[in-house]
Design a protein around this ligand. Structure first.
Ligand code: GMT
Length: 369
Protein backbone atom coordinates (compact mmCIF):
# COMPACT_ATOMS: atom_id res chain seq x y z
CA UNK A 1 0.00 0.00 0.00
CA UNK A 2 1.04 3.63 -0.44
CA UNK A 3 0.31 5.49 2.78
CA UNK A 4 0.65 9.14 3.79
CA UNK A 5 1.14 9.80 7.51
CA UNK A 6 0.48 13.24 8.93
CA UNK A 7 1.70 14.19 12.41
CA UNK A 8 3.30 16.84 14.60
CA UNK A 9 7.08 16.97 14.72
CA UNK A 10 7.28 18.24 18.30
CA UNK A 11 8.30 15.79 21.04
CA UNK A 12 5.08 14.06 21.99
CA UNK A 13 3.30 10.76 21.96
CA UNK A 14 1.28 11.22 18.78
CA UNK A 15 4.36 12.04 16.69
CA UNK A 16 6.25 9.10 18.19
CA UNK A 17 3.43 6.66 17.45
CA UNK A 18 2.92 8.04 13.91
CA UNK A 19 6.62 7.76 13.08
CA UNK A 20 7.02 4.29 14.56
CA UNK A 21 3.91 3.06 12.68
CA UNK A 22 5.39 4.52 9.49
CA UNK A 23 8.74 2.83 10.03
CA UNK A 24 7.09 -0.51 10.81
CA UNK A 25 4.88 -0.29 7.71
CA UNK A 26 7.88 0.54 5.51
CA UNK A 27 9.73 -2.47 6.97
CA UNK A 28 6.73 -4.57 5.87
CA UNK A 29 7.14 -3.34 2.29
CA UNK A 30 4.61 -0.49 2.15
CA UNK A 31 5.56 2.89 0.69
CA UNK A 32 5.26 5.53 3.42
CA UNK A 33 5.19 9.33 3.07
CA UNK A 34 5.41 11.32 6.31
CA UNK A 35 4.07 14.88 6.23
CA UNK A 36 5.00 17.21 9.06
CA UNK A 37 6.31 20.77 9.69
CA UNK A 38 9.80 19.36 10.28
CA UNK A 39 11.43 15.95 10.62
CA UNK A 40 9.83 14.14 13.60
CA UNK A 41 12.40 13.26 16.29
CA UNK A 42 12.05 9.49 15.81
CA UNK A 43 12.60 9.72 12.03
CA UNK A 44 16.35 9.45 12.27
CA UNK A 45 18.47 7.90 9.54
CA UNK A 46 17.72 7.04 5.96
CA UNK A 47 15.38 4.11 5.56
CA UNK A 48 14.05 2.37 2.50
CA UNK A 49 10.45 3.20 1.47
CA UNK A 50 10.19 6.10 3.98
CA UNK A 51 9.84 9.56 2.48
CA UNK A 52 9.53 12.85 4.29
CA UNK A 53 7.61 15.92 3.06
CA UNK A 54 8.00 19.21 4.92
CA UNK A 55 4.81 21.22 5.25
CA UNK A 56 5.27 24.98 5.13
CA UNK A 57 2.46 27.51 5.21
CA UNK A 58 3.42 30.49 3.05
CA UNK A 59 2.59 33.73 4.71
CA UNK A 60 1.12 36.91 3.22
CA UNK A 61 0.70 40.40 4.74
CA UNK A 62 -3.08 39.94 4.78
CA UNK A 63 -2.90 36.86 7.02
CA UNK A 64 -2.65 37.21 10.77
CA UNK A 65 -1.42 33.60 10.88
CA UNK A 66 -0.39 31.53 7.88
CA UNK A 67 -3.15 28.91 7.31
CA UNK A 68 -1.22 25.72 8.15
CA UNK A 69 -4.26 23.45 7.76
CA UNK A 70 -4.76 24.55 4.13
CA UNK A 71 -1.05 24.16 3.38
CA UNK A 72 -1.16 20.68 4.91
CA UNK A 73 -4.23 19.71 2.88
CA UNK A 74 -2.50 21.00 -0.26
CA UNK A 75 0.66 19.04 0.51
CA UNK A 76 -1.41 15.90 1.14
CA UNK A 77 -3.21 16.34 -2.17
CA UNK A 78 0.05 16.98 -4.02
CA UNK A 79 1.82 13.94 -2.52
CA UNK A 80 -1.29 11.79 -3.06
CA UNK A 81 -1.48 12.79 -6.72
CA UNK A 82 2.21 12.40 -7.55
CA UNK A 83 2.97 9.32 -5.44
CA UNK A 84 -0.36 7.56 -5.87
CA UNK A 85 -1.27 7.56 -2.17
CA UNK A 86 -4.23 5.36 -1.29
CA UNK A 87 -4.61 6.48 2.33
CA UNK A 88 -3.80 9.45 4.52
CA UNK A 89 -3.43 8.42 8.16
CA UNK A 90 -3.95 11.54 10.28
CA UNK A 91 -2.41 11.32 13.77
CA UNK A 92 -4.06 13.74 16.24
CA UNK A 93 -7.31 15.09 14.83
CA UNK A 94 -6.51 18.82 14.90
CA UNK A 95 -5.80 19.83 12.17
CA UNK A 96 -4.55 16.66 10.47
CA UNK A 97 -7.93 14.98 10.04
CA UNK A 98 -9.60 18.11 8.65
CA UNK A 99 -6.69 18.68 6.24
CA UNK A 100 -6.90 15.06 5.10
CA UNK A 101 -10.62 15.43 4.40
CA UNK A 102 -9.85 18.48 2.25
CA UNK A 103 -7.24 16.43 0.38
CA UNK A 104 -9.82 13.67 -0.13
CA UNK A 105 -12.13 16.22 -1.77
CA UNK A 106 -9.29 17.16 -4.12
CA UNK A 107 -8.19 13.59 -4.90
CA UNK A 108 -11.17 11.29 -5.48
CA UNK A 109 -10.64 7.80 -4.12
CA UNK A 110 -8.17 8.85 -1.43
CA UNK A 111 -9.16 7.37 1.96
CA UNK A 112 -8.71 8.96 5.38
CA UNK A 113 -7.90 7.15 8.63
CA UNK A 114 -7.81 9.29 11.77
CA UNK A 115 -6.14 8.27 15.02
CA UNK A 116 -7.34 10.11 18.10
CA UNK A 117 -4.50 10.41 20.61
CA UNK A 118 -5.77 12.23 23.65
CA UNK A 119 -5.96 15.95 24.14
CA UNK A 120 -7.36 16.29 20.60
CA UNK A 121 -10.50 14.89 22.28
CA UNK A 122 -10.17 15.48 26.02
CA UNK A 123 -8.81 19.03 26.12
CA UNK A 124 -8.49 20.89 22.81
CA UNK A 125 -11.09 18.97 20.80
CA UNK A 126 -13.86 19.61 23.28
CA UNK A 127 -13.19 23.35 23.28
CA UNK A 128 -16.11 25.08 21.52
CA UNK A 129 -13.71 26.73 19.08
CA UNK A 130 -12.80 23.31 17.65
CA UNK A 131 -15.61 20.93 18.63
CA UNK A 132 -17.84 21.15 15.52
CA UNK A 133 -14.90 20.47 13.18
CA UNK A 134 -13.51 17.62 15.29
CA UNK A 135 -16.99 16.07 15.33
CA UNK A 136 -17.24 16.40 11.55
CA UNK A 137 -13.76 14.89 11.07
CA UNK A 138 -14.62 11.89 13.24
CA UNK A 139 -17.89 11.36 11.37
CA UNK A 140 -16.43 11.74 7.87
CA UNK A 141 -13.13 9.83 8.18
CA UNK A 142 -13.17 6.43 6.46
CA UNK A 143 -11.66 4.84 9.57
CA UNK A 144 -11.16 6.13 13.11
CA UNK A 145 -9.03 4.69 15.88
CA UNK A 146 -8.58 5.68 19.52
CA UNK A 147 -5.55 4.65 21.56
CA UNK A 148 -7.60 3.26 24.47
CA UNK A 149 -11.11 2.18 25.37
CA UNK A 150 -11.26 5.19 27.66
CA UNK A 151 -10.54 7.55 24.75
CA UNK A 152 -13.08 5.81 22.51
CA UNK A 153 -15.75 6.16 25.19
CA UNK A 154 -14.82 9.81 25.82
CA UNK A 155 -15.15 10.44 22.09
CA UNK A 156 -18.65 8.96 22.04
CA UNK A 157 -19.58 10.91 25.17
CA UNK A 158 -18.20 14.26 24.02
CA UNK A 159 -19.15 14.19 20.35
CA UNK A 160 -22.14 11.86 20.27
CA UNK A 161 -20.97 10.32 17.02
CA UNK A 162 -22.59 7.02 16.09
CA UNK A 163 -19.84 5.29 14.19
CA UNK A 164 -17.35 2.49 14.83
CA UNK A 165 -14.09 3.52 16.44
CA UNK A 166 -11.37 0.86 16.59
CA UNK A 167 -9.24 0.76 19.74
CA UNK A 168 -5.58 0.32 18.79
CA UNK A 169 -3.14 0.95 21.62
CA UNK A 170 0.34 2.42 21.63
CA UNK A 171 3.22 -0.02 21.28
CA UNK A 172 6.87 -0.52 22.16
CA UNK A 173 9.75 -2.41 20.66
CA UNK A 174 12.05 -4.54 22.84
CA UNK A 175 14.81 -2.24 24.13
CA UNK A 176 18.19 -2.58 22.43
CA UNK A 177 20.79 -4.30 24.60
CA UNK A 178 23.77 -2.00 23.95
CA UNK A 179 23.37 0.97 26.27
CA UNK A 180 25.93 2.95 28.21
CA UNK A 181 25.53 2.39 31.94
CA UNK A 182 24.44 5.87 32.98
CA UNK A 183 23.58 5.06 36.60
CA UNK A 184 26.88 6.49 37.84
CA UNK A 185 26.15 9.74 35.96
CA UNK A 186 22.75 10.06 37.60
CA UNK A 187 23.19 8.98 41.20
CA UNK A 188 25.77 7.95 43.79
CA UNK A 189 26.02 4.23 44.64
CA UNK A 190 23.08 2.70 46.51
CA UNK A 191 20.85 5.62 45.60
CA UNK A 192 17.53 5.04 43.88
CA UNK A 193 16.76 6.70 40.53
CA UNK A 194 13.21 7.96 39.94
CA UNK A 195 12.39 9.19 36.44
CA UNK A 196 9.72 11.30 34.80
CA UNK A 197 9.46 11.95 31.06
CA UNK A 198 7.01 14.41 29.52
CA UNK A 199 6.53 17.66 27.68
CA UNK A 200 6.07 19.51 31.01
CA UNK A 201 2.60 20.74 30.10
CA UNK A 202 0.11 21.41 32.93
CA UNK A 203 -1.69 18.11 32.15
CA UNK A 204 1.47 16.22 33.26
CA UNK A 205 1.42 17.74 36.78
CA UNK A 206 5.20 17.92 37.05
CA UNK A 207 4.86 19.69 40.43
CA UNK A 208 3.31 16.46 41.75
CA UNK A 209 6.39 14.58 40.52
CA UNK A 210 8.55 16.91 42.60
CA UNK A 211 6.27 16.65 45.65
CA UNK A 212 6.38 12.85 45.49
CA UNK A 213 10.16 12.96 45.25
CA UNK A 214 10.39 15.43 48.12
CA UNK A 215 8.59 12.92 50.38
CA UNK A 216 10.54 9.91 49.08
CA UNK A 217 13.97 11.50 49.61
CA UNK A 218 13.18 11.87 53.33
CA UNK A 219 12.87 8.06 53.58
CA UNK A 220 15.26 6.62 50.99
CA UNK A 221 18.43 7.98 49.35
CA UNK A 222 17.20 8.95 45.89
CA UNK A 223 17.73 11.07 42.81
CA UNK A 224 15.11 12.34 40.37
CA UNK A 225 15.66 12.59 36.63
CA UNK A 226 13.29 14.93 34.79
CA UNK A 227 13.44 14.33 31.03
CA UNK A 228 11.76 16.75 28.64
CA UNK A 229 10.93 20.40 28.43
CA UNK A 230 7.89 22.63 28.29
CA UNK A 231 5.92 25.41 29.95
CA UNK A 232 6.18 24.14 33.55
CA UNK A 233 9.93 23.52 33.62
CA UNK A 234 10.88 26.96 34.99
CA UNK A 235 8.47 26.65 37.92
CA UNK A 236 9.67 23.09 38.54
CA UNK A 237 13.34 24.06 38.68
CA UNK A 238 12.54 27.03 40.93
CA UNK A 239 10.63 24.73 43.32
CA UNK A 240 13.61 22.40 43.67
CA UNK A 241 15.92 25.35 44.42
CA UNK A 242 13.50 26.94 46.90
CA UNK A 243 12.99 23.66 48.77
CA UNK A 244 16.73 22.98 48.92
CA UNK A 245 16.95 19.75 46.92
CA UNK A 246 18.02 21.04 43.49
CA UNK A 247 21.28 19.08 43.63
CA UNK A 248 19.26 15.84 43.80
CA UNK A 249 17.23 16.52 40.66
CA UNK A 250 18.64 16.38 37.15
CA UNK A 251 16.71 18.22 34.43
CA UNK A 252 18.03 16.72 31.20
CA UNK A 253 15.88 18.68 28.73
CA UNK A 254 14.52 16.91 25.65
CA UNK A 255 16.26 13.61 24.96
CA UNK A 256 15.99 11.28 22.02
CA UNK A 257 17.68 8.42 23.83
CA UNK A 258 15.19 7.87 26.63
CA UNK A 259 16.10 4.16 26.57
CA UNK A 260 19.43 4.85 28.23
CA UNK A 261 17.80 6.83 31.05
CA UNK A 262 15.07 4.22 31.55
CA UNK A 263 17.65 1.42 31.62
CA UNK A 264 19.16 3.17 34.68
CA UNK A 265 15.85 3.93 36.43
CA UNK A 266 14.25 2.17 39.39
CA UNK A 267 10.82 3.80 39.20
CA UNK A 268 8.82 5.88 36.74
CA UNK A 269 6.41 8.60 37.89
CA UNK A 270 3.44 9.76 35.79
CA UNK A 271 0.95 11.66 37.98
CA UNK A 272 -0.94 13.20 35.02
CA UNK A 273 -4.33 14.90 35.25
CA UNK A 274 -5.43 12.94 32.20
CA UNK A 275 -3.68 10.45 29.97
CA UNK A 276 -5.46 8.69 27.16
CA UNK A 277 -2.88 5.91 27.15
CA UNK A 278 0.49 6.91 28.63
CA UNK A 279 3.15 5.98 26.09
CA UNK A 280 5.94 7.12 28.42
CA UNK A 281 4.69 4.68 31.08
CA UNK A 282 4.64 1.87 28.52
CA UNK A 283 8.19 2.68 27.46
CA UNK A 284 9.30 2.54 31.11
CA UNK A 285 7.55 -0.82 31.51
CA UNK A 286 9.36 -2.12 28.43
CA UNK A 287 12.58 -1.37 30.33
CA UNK A 288 11.43 -3.31 33.42
CA UNK A 289 10.68 -0.11 35.33
CA UNK A 290 7.55 -0.21 37.55
CA UNK A 291 5.25 2.78 37.13
CA UNK A 292 3.53 4.91 39.76
CA UNK A 293 0.79 6.91 38.09
CA UNK A 294 -2.60 8.52 38.58
CA UNK A 295 -5.67 6.37 38.12
CA UNK A 296 -6.97 8.45 35.23
CA UNK A 297 -7.99 8.00 31.61
CA UNK A 298 -6.51 5.00 29.84
CA UNK A 299 -3.69 4.41 32.34
CA UNK A 300 -5.54 1.53 34.08
CA UNK A 301 -5.64 -0.22 30.67
CA UNK A 302 -1.83 -0.08 30.61
CA UNK A 303 -0.60 -0.27 34.21
CA UNK A 304 -2.15 -2.99 36.43
CA UNK A 305 -2.34 -1.72 40.01
CA UNK A 306 -0.21 -3.89 42.29
CA UNK A 307 1.22 -5.88 39.37
CA UNK A 308 3.24 -3.55 37.12
CA UNK A 309 3.21 -0.61 39.51
CA UNK A 310 0.63 1.42 41.42
CA UNK A 311 -2.24 3.69 40.47
CA UNK A 312 -3.41 6.34 42.91
CA UNK A 313 -6.00 9.11 42.80
CA UNK A 314 -4.82 12.11 40.83
CA UNK A 315 -3.04 14.58 43.13
CA UNK A 316 -2.55 12.08 45.99
CA UNK A 317 1.19 12.65 46.27
CA UNK A 318 1.32 11.06 49.75
CA UNK A 319 -0.02 7.74 48.42
CA UNK A 320 2.32 7.85 45.43
CA UNK A 321 5.30 8.57 47.68
CA UNK A 322 4.30 5.72 50.03
CA UNK A 323 4.15 3.34 47.04
CA UNK A 324 7.56 4.52 45.89
CA UNK A 325 9.09 4.00 49.33
CA UNK A 326 7.56 0.51 49.55
CA UNK A 327 9.10 -0.46 46.21
CA UNK A 328 12.47 1.13 46.90
CA UNK A 329 12.75 -0.66 50.26
CA UNK A 330 11.75 -4.04 48.82
CA UNK A 331 14.04 -4.93 45.96
CA UNK A 332 12.40 -8.32 45.34
CA UNK A 333 8.99 -6.72 44.94
CA UNK A 334 10.39 -4.01 42.67
CA UNK A 335 12.15 -6.56 40.45
CA UNK A 336 9.06 -8.79 40.33
CA UNK A 337 6.92 -5.82 39.29
CA UNK A 338 9.55 -4.77 36.75
CA UNK A 339 9.46 -8.23 35.18
CA UNK A 340 5.66 -8.21 35.06
CA UNK A 341 5.69 -4.73 33.53
CA UNK A 342 8.11 -5.77 30.83
CA UNK A 343 6.14 -8.90 30.01
CA UNK A 344 2.96 -6.87 29.67
CA UNK A 345 4.57 -4.12 27.58
CA UNK A 346 6.28 -6.46 25.17
CA UNK A 347 3.36 -8.90 25.10
CA UNK A 348 0.05 -7.02 25.01
CA UNK A 349 1.61 -3.90 23.47
CA UNK A 350 4.21 -5.42 21.15
CA UNK A 351 4.77 -3.66 17.85
CA UNK A 352 3.86 -6.60 15.58
CA UNK A 353 0.24 -7.23 16.65
CA UNK A 354 -0.52 -3.50 16.92
CA UNK A 355 0.80 -2.73 13.43
CA UNK A 356 -1.18 -5.76 12.17
CA UNK A 357 -4.32 -3.98 13.39
CA UNK A 358 -3.50 -0.77 11.50
CA UNK A 359 -2.76 -2.78 8.35
CA UNK A 360 -6.06 -4.64 8.68
CA UNK A 361 -7.90 -1.34 9.07
CA UNK A 362 -6.25 0.09 5.95
CA UNK A 363 -7.28 -2.98 3.98
CA UNK A 364 -10.80 -2.66 5.29
CA UNK A 365 -11.22 0.99 4.28
CA UNK A 366 -9.69 0.24 0.87
CA UNK A 367 -12.10 -2.67 0.39
CA UNK A 368 -9.13 -5.08 0.08
CA UNK A 369 -10.37 -7.47 2.74
O1 GMT B 1 1.84 15.11 22.83
C1 GMT B 1 1.29 14.55 21.89
O2 GMT B 1 1.78 14.39 20.81
C2 GMT B 1 -0.08 14.08 22.05
C3 GMT B 1 -0.35 13.86 23.44
C4 GMT B 1 -1.65 14.53 23.75
O3 GMT B 1 -1.62 15.34 24.65
O4 GMT B 1 -2.64 14.24 23.10
O5 GMT B 1 -0.23 12.53 23.88
C5 GMT B 1 -1.30 11.64 23.78
O6 GMT B 1 -0.99 10.66 22.84
C6 GMT B 1 -0.09 9.63 23.26
C7 GMT B 1 0.12 8.68 22.09
O7 GMT B 1 -1.06 8.09 21.69
C8 GMT B 1 -0.65 8.95 24.49
O8 GMT B 1 0.19 7.90 24.92
C9 GMT B 1 -0.77 9.99 25.60
O9 GMT B 1 -1.35 9.38 26.73
C10 GMT B 1 -1.65 11.13 25.15
N1 GMT B 1 -1.57 12.22 26.13
C11 GMT B 1 -2.63 12.59 26.86
O10 GMT B 1 -3.71 12.04 26.78
C12 GMT B 1 -2.40 13.70 27.82
Amino acid sequence: MRIGISCYSTFGGSGVVATEVGKALAARGHEVHILSPSVPPRLVGFEDRINFHEVRATTYPLFEDAPYSIALGSKMADVAEHHGLEIIHAHYAIPHAMAALLARMAIPGLKVVTTLHGTDITVVGSDPSYLPMVKMAIRESDGVTAVSEYLRDETYRTFGVGRDIDVIGNFVEPPGQERPDCRAWLAPRATAVLTHISNFRPVKRVMDVLKVFELVRKEVPARLVMVGDGPDRVEAEAYCRDRGFASEVRFTGKQLDIGTVLACSDLFLLPSATESFGLAALEAMGHRVPVIASRVGGLPEVVRHGIDGYLEPMGDVEAMAADAVTLLRDEDLRLTMGDAARERALGTFAEGPIVDQYEALYRRVLGKD
